[in-house]
Ligand binder design. Structure first.
Ligand SMILES: Nc1ncnc2c1ncn2[C@@H]1O[C@H](COP(=O)(O)OP(=O)(O)OP(=O)(O)O)[C@@H](O)[C@H]1O
Length: 638
C-alpha cells in the first residue's frame, strides 16, 4: 500500500500500538475454540464414540461447548476494543478535512466550501465503518487461522502439508489482485458520483432545459454518464472471479487434499478421529474465516482505500467552484488546455466580455456533415454582432455553442479567456441565451422576471422593464404580483417577459437567438438597443435586416464559409448578404417591410472589419433553401 491513504493508516496503527496489542490479546482468547475444535473432535471420536464410550465422547463435546462460550466472551471484549482503534481514526480524518478547508478558505477570497466539507464528512463516516469492518475481519481471520493451524500441527504436523500451501496460494492470489480491484472500485465510485452530479444539475435546471428544448442534449450527456457507470460496475463485477478463485484454492482445495490424502495419513498412524478433526479445522475454521476475509476486504477494504484516497486527496486540493445548476465543470470536448483559467483569473470568472472561437467544429451526428466547421472568430468586449443566414444555416447552433449549451467536437469557445464549459458560477451568472420560444412559467410576473436574478431590487426591475419596453405589458397584467398564465400571453408578450428576465443578471454575454421575432420592428429595435446599451457583449441571431444594421459587425453563415464585416463591407463582398438584404427589403423575410433606421456604419475600415479579406468572402449566392447538410464549411477569421 502506498500513497497518503496508506500512510494515514500506517500512522494510525503506529500510534495505537497499545490498543492493537490489547485487541490481539483478546483475539488469542477468541482463537481457543478454533484451536480446540478439531482436537476435541478427534478425542471424542477416538477415545469416545469409536471406542464404544459414548459418555467420554459427549464429555469431550462438552469441553468444546465451554470453549465456544469462552470464545464468545472474548469476541465481546475484542469488539469493544475495536472502538478504541476505530474512533480515533475517525477523529483524525474529520480534523484533516475541516482544517484543510479552513486553511484553503483563509487563503482565498471565496466563501468556505461548506458543501465540500459536508461531502467529505459523509465519506469520513464511510471510511470509519469500513475501517472497523476491516479490522474485525482481519483479526477474526488471524484468530481462526492461527488456532486452526496450531490445532492441525498438534494432531499431526504432516497435516499442514495438505493445508498450508493452498491456503497461502489462495491468499496470495487475492492480495495480488487487490490493487486492480481497488482501481475498479474507484472507477465505480467516481462514475456514480458523476451520475449523481448530472442528476443534480438536470434537476436544478429542468425548467430551463425544457424551455430551451435541450432535452436531447441533456439526455445524451446523462446517458453517456450512466453508460460509463454501468461499464465500470461490469468491470468490477468481473473481478469477483478472482475472489471466487482465491476462495476455491485457499478454502476448498485443503479440504479435498485432506480427504484424498486420508489413506496415506492413516498408513502413517493418523487416527480416523484425527482425520475428522483435520476436516473440522478446515471446514469450520479456516474456510469460513478465509471467506469472511476475502468478502470483507473486497467490499469494506476497497471502500476504505478508495474513500481514504478521496479524503486525503480532497483535503489538500484547492477549493472547487460551486457547480449546482451550472454547466459541467470539465473542459468541453476538444477544448484546448492552453489559455485556460490562470492564476490571475480564477476558473469560472471571465476577465472581460470578449468572445473567442478557435477552430470550432460541430456536427449533430458522428457521420453527419459539420454544421459549423473550423470556425475562428474574435469579438471585442462589449461588441455587438448580428448573425444572419438562410434558415438552417446554423445560427441557433452557433449561439448554443457560444453559450456552452453545445460542446464543439474540436476547437474551443472562450468568454473573457475562460472556456465556456468552465463558467460554473451558476446559471446566467456570465452569459444568457434567449431562445426564440420564450419561456414563461406559472407564477407571479415578479417571479418570472427575477428568475435569473433573485433578490434584485424593485427599482432595478422597474428600470429594466422601461428599458426593454415592457411597461405596457406590466400595466396590462396589473403589476408585478399578477399571476401569469402563459396561455393568456401572446408570443410577443412572452418574449418581452423573457427579455426583461434576461436583461437583469449581470452577465458578460447576451445571446438573442431570434428572441424578438414576435415583436413588431419598433418594439424589437427598442429591446435590442436596450441590450446593446448595457455592458456586455451582444450576439443577435437576426430575424430582420434592421437587427443586422444595428450591430457593430455582421456574420453571414452561408453553408460553405462565414463572411464577417460591416453592412457596407458585406454589401460589397458577400453575394449572399446582398441576396438576404434584398429578400428582407422585399418584406419576404418578415412578412412586413422593414422601416427601421440603419445604424451608422461606424466600424467600416476598423481592424476588426474583415469583409472582402481573403478567406472571408462569401460563396457565390447559394440557393436560399439549400440544405446546410451538404458539405457546408463555415470559415471566418479575424
Ligand atoms: N438537434 C438536431 N439534430 C440534428 N440536426 C439538427 C439539430 N438541430 C439543428 N439541426 C440541423 O443543423 C442545421 C443548422 O440548424 P440551426 O437550427 O442551427 O439553423 P438556423 O440557422 O438557426 O435555422 P433557423 O433560422 O431556421 O432557426 C440544420 O440543417 C438543422 O436541420
Amino acid at each position: 500500500m502506498t500513497g497518503p491513504a496508506a500512510g494515514l493508516l500506517r500512522s494510525s496503527l503506529r500510534r495505537r500500538r497499545k490498543e492493537f496489542v490489547r485487541l490481539a490479546g483478546w483475539s488469542l482468547v477468541q482463537a481457543v475454540p478454533a484451536f480446540l475444535s478439531g482436537w476435541v473432535i478427534a478425542r471424542a471420536v477416538d477415545d469416545g464414540f469409536l471406542a464404544g464410550r459414548a459418555g467420554t465422547g459427549f464429555a469431550w463435546l462438552g469441553v468444546l461447548a465451554v470453549a465456544v462460550g469462552t470464545g464468545a466472551w472474548a469476541t465481546r471484549h475484542a469488539t469493544l476494543g475495536l472502538a478504541a482503534v476505530v474512533e480515533p481514526l475517525r477523529d483524525e480524518l474529520v480534523t484533516l478535512v475541516t482544517s484543510g478547508t479552513l486553511r484553503r478558505s483563509a487563503g482565498s477570497d471565496r466563501p468556505a466550501d461548506t458543501g465540500g466539507v459536508a461531502r467529505l464528512t459523509e465519506q469520513v463516516e464511510i471510511a470509519r465503518e469500513a475501517y472497523g469492518a476491516v479490522v474485525m475481519f482481519v483479526q477474526s481471520f488471524a484468530a481462526s487461522s492461527v488456532g486452526a493451524l496450531l490445532g492441525l500441527a498438534t494432531l499431526d504436523p504432516a497435516l499442514l502439508l495438505f493445508v498450508l500451501p493452498p491456503l497461502l496460494a489462495g491468499l496470495g492470489l487475492f492480495v495480488g489482485a487487490l490493487r486492480a480491484m481497488a482501481a475498479r472500485q474507484r472507477d465505480v465510485m467516481l462514475a456514480d458520483e458523476r451520475v449523481a452530479e448530472t442528476a443534480s444539475e438536470v434537476t436544478g435546471g429542468l425548467r430551463d432545459v425544457v424551455a430551451c428544448g435541450g432535452e436531447d442534449v441533456v439526455r445524451e450527456r446523462a446517458g453517456q454518464r450512466i453508460d460509463a457507470a454501468a461499464r465500470a460496475t461490469r468491470a468490477l463485477a468481473r473481478m469477483t472471479a478472482v475472489r471466487t478463485a482465491s476462495l476455491a484454492v485457499g478454502g476448498w482445495l485443503p479440504l479435498v487434499l485432506v480427504l484424498a490424502g486420508a489413506p496415506w495419513l492413516v498408513q502413517r498412524g493418523v487416527t480416523a478421529g484425527a482425520v475428522l478433526g483435520a476436516v473440522t479445522y478446515v471446514s469450520q475454521g479456516l474456510q469460513p474465516a478465509l471467506q469472511s476475509l476475502v468478502r470483507g476486504i473486497a467490499d469494506s477494504g476497497l471502500w476504505l482505500l478508495v474513500t481514504l484516497g478521496r479524503i486525503t486527496g480532497a483535503a489538500g486540493e484547492p477549493p472547487t467552484e460551486p457547480t449546482a445548476g451550472g454547466p459541467p465543470t470539465e473542459p468541453e470536448a476538444g477544448e484546448p488546455e492552453a489559455g485556460g483559467p490562470t492564476a490571475s483569473s480564477p476558473p469560472g470568472r471571465p476577465r472581460h466580455s470578449g468572445v473567442e472561437l478557435h477552430g470550432v467544429t460541430f456536427r449533430y451526428a458522428r457521420s453527419a456533415e459539420p454544421v459549423i466547421d473550423a470556425l475562428d472568430l474574435v469579438l471585442r468586449p462589449d461588441e455587438h454582432l448580428a448573425v444572419v443566414g438562410p434558415s438552417g444555416a446554423g445560427k441557433s447552433t452557433f449561439a448554443a455553442l457560444v453559450a456552452g449549451v453545445l460542446a464543439p467536437h474540436t476547437g474551443g469557445v472562450r468568454l473573457g479567456g475562460v472556456p465556456v464549459g468552465c463558467l460554473n458560477d451558476g446559471p446566467a451568472r456570465h452569459r444568457v441565451l434567449i431562445p426564440q420560444e420564450a419561456y414563461v412559467f406559472a407564477g407571479s410576473l415578479w417571479e418570472n422576471l427575477t428568475y435569473l436574478a433573485p433578490g434584485v431590487p424593485a427599482a432595478v426591475v422597474d428600470a429594466a422593464v422601461d428599458e426593454v419596453g415592457a411597461r405596457p405589458l406590466v400595466e396590462r397584467l396589473g403589476g408585478y404580483d399578477a399571476a401569469v398564465d402563459q396561455q393568456e400571453l401572446s408570443a410577443g408578450e412572452r418574449q418581452l417577459v423573457s427579455l426583461v428576465r434576461s436583461y437583469l443578471p449581470p452577465a458578460e454575454l447576451f445571446l438573442l437567438d431570434e428572441a424578438t421575432c414576435h415583436l413588431d420592428p419598433a418594439a424589437e429595435a427598442r429591446a435590442e438597443e436596450a441590450f446593446a446599451r448595457r455592458p456586455g457583449t451582444l450576439i443577435v441571431c437576426a430575424h430582420r435586416i434592421s437587427s443586422a444594421l444595428r450591430a457593430d459587425r455582421i456574420m453571414v453563415l452561408d453553408g460553405a464559409r462565414a463572411a464577417l464585416g460591416t453592412h457596407t463591407e458585406l454589401m460589397a463582398g458577400s453575394a449572399l448578404y446582398r441576396d438576404l438584404v434584398g429578400h428582407w427589403e422585399d418584406g419576404a423575410g418578415t412578412g412586413k417591410p422593414d422601416h427601421t433606421t440603419r445604424k451608422p456604419d461606424h466600424t467600416a475600415g476598423k481592424p476588426g472589419s474583415t469583409a472582402g479579406k481573403p478567406g472571408l468572402t462569401a460563396s457565390p449566392t447559394p440557393g436560399r433553401s439549400g440544405s446546410r447538410r451538404s458539405g457546408s464549411v463555415l470559415r471566418s477569421s479575424e
